[in-house]
Design a binder for this molecule. Sequence first.
Ligand code: ZN
Length: 189
Amino acid sequence: MKFCSECGSAALEFRIPDGDTMARRVCTTCGAIHYQNPKVVVGCLPLWDEKVLLCKRAIEPRFGLWTLPAGFLENGETIFAAAARETLEEARARVEVGPLYTMISLPHISQVYVMFRARMLDLDFGAGPESLEVRLFAEDEIPWTEIAFRTITRTLRNFFLDRKLGAFPTRVSALERRVPREPALAGAG
Ligand SMILES: [Zn+2]
């Protein structure tokens, strides 16, 4: 941020306010403290029989790679409503949002992913404006090397493992900054 959203001043400094523990942008003109907190990405794992619905991204980042329908929670919105909305927008699919499945913290980019299991209500789906293609995949058809985000890979891997085990506990985890790979292993995306 370059200007104070309270008074328009450009006189912002980055410092720890009195009584706080972290540095914030503080306006030296009006005294406003500009807190910034993580964003919540909400989505779901839409299921039809044994198959999972994936969307091929028509937008950056990760254009052309596959993902589960997910996006930023809006102000004033519940996480259930966000999961259903993102699925309708990206996959044109209507779902009954089910139990919370994965929550994944991404501290290096200040995001939290919240993914639900969901049941598709019908087979009337298709690519929304943010998708190139939307398809149902059986486990052995999942394009593992073309998944857009590690949160989605983790959610899908957990799901297929848990399905074999016969139970779907809520799985809370974190992903840290990606460590550069050995050259021999690079290139898989
Ligand atoms: Zn100000």
